[in-house]
Design a protein around this ligand. Structure first.
Ligand code: HEC
Ligand code: HEC
Length: 311
């Protein structure tokens, strides 16, 4: 074939470029501008002023160098961290803080996992709770006051609407308050797996006895596990700290202790606000150990707690 566009290299190159660009625009840039490409979960709320301030501190302190904020849809990740991340969760995240390095655990599901007091204690000194942790302490955050002007500047840059009252209220708050508030909102748009639905006031009719009750070996193992997993919240001698005493005569804020299998269930499933155990209502904040402890481990801890109570 002679002549035509094939014999004019420059015209050919220009035409080819134009045709490829049209193809690229239609298949790539156009879909990028459509709403479907920018999903937002209905339950997602914009950050409050305090949470946004906390997010700034998260960036400033480089937490992203050690923590990711995205759970991949892999079985192992979902078992460890919870529901995998959805695109629609991040509509207000500018920039994204997904990260790529996990020196510490993923934080995409950290919101509501622990009580505020847990985070404060952990930021003051991670090693006081996990002796081998290599996370630095952030105790200085508790003495640093927020700067409302700086938060306002960020809010304007990101296009979040806050009232002057909301901005001024930050004056009373510390960097620590802000970071904790931010921790508690991460992942809040995605529902946690619901606690088993039992109505308040319904009392169990049968109880399963602890198969390891009074077993000396189990009690020793329980003591070891307690020190590692539970002491940071319930105190070294189980008399209470962030969580309630486990050796008194109260359970879920009501006088009168409950049987061993209720202990087992609370330790196994954890609690969320309003979850119910044997007729009593929880306030939330107790993590579940279903995925990290074996049944015998949990019964051993219960046997240990009973031996402490009998002391
Ligand atoms: C040098 C790496 C490193 C840095 C920097 C770091 N962390 Fe950590 N983080 C860890 C490690 C390791 C753990 C696990 C042990 C522990 O809990 O202390 C952890 C645990 C955590 C946990 C508990 C997670 C869970 O599910 O139990 C939170 C929350 C957390 N870090 C938040 C932060 C925040 C916020 C910052 C920034 C102010 C930060 N970390 C900076 C390494 C780091
Ligand atoms: C992150 C802090 C935290 C850790 C770690 C933790 N707990 Fe708890 N625990 C709590 C909180 C907070 C409550 C109150 C729960 C509620 O009201 O929903 C609680 C409640 C309980 C209860 C109900 C007791 C009562 O008298 O009301 C038991 C039993 C319990 N925890 C046992 C354990 C055991 C055993 C471990 C270790 C395997 C453990 N907890 C680890 C925070 C924690």
């Amino acid at each position: 074939m002679s002549g035509g566009i094939y014999s004019k290299p420059i015209a050919f190159a220009i035409t080819a470029t134009v045709v490829i660009l049209i193809g690229t625009s239609v298949t790539m840039f156009y879909p990028m501008m459509t709403v479907q490409m920018h999903p937002k979960l209905d339950s997602l709320k914009p950050f409050t002023a305090l949470e946004l301030a906390g997010r700034d501190i998260y960036q400033r302190e480089g937490c992203v160098n050690c923590h990711t904020q995205t759970v991949r849809p892999l079985k192992t990740e979902v078992m460890r961290y919870g529901e995998y991340s959805k695109a629609g969760e991040f509509a207000y995240d500018r920039p994204f803080l997904w990260g790529s390095k996990r020196t510490g655990p993923d934080l995409a599901r950290i919101g509501a996992k622990y009580p505020d007091a847990w985070h404060v204690k952990h930021f003051l000194s991670p090693q006081s709770m996990f002796p081998q942790s290599n996370m630095p302490a952030y105790a200085f955050l508790k003495d640093a006051r927020l700067d409302p002007e700086a938060v306002e500047a960020h809010m304007k840059a990101l296009g979040f609407p806050y009232s002057p009252g909301e901005i001024q209220a930050l004056k009373e708050k510390t960097d620590m308050d802000a970071l904790v508030a931010y921790m508690q909102v991460i992942g809040a748009a995605v529902k946690k797996t619901a606690a088993p639905a039992v109505a308040a006031g319904v009392i169990k009719e049968t109880h399963i006895p602890n198969p390891l009750a009074n077993d000396q070996k189990a009690i020793a193992r329980g003591a070891e596990l307690y020190a590692k997993e539970c002491a940071s919240c319930h105190g070294p001698d189980a008399k209470g700290d962030i969580g309630p005493s486990l050796v008194d005569d109260e359970f879920f804020y009501i006088k009168g202790d409950l049987p061993d299998d209720d202990y087992f269930e609370v330790i196994n499933n954890g609690t969320s606000e309003g979850s119910v155990e044997d007729g009593r209502t929880a306030r939330g904040g107790m993590p579940g150990y279903k995925d990290s402890l074996k049944k015998d481990d949990i019964w051993s801890i219960v046997a240990f707690l009973r031996s402490k109570k009998a002391e």
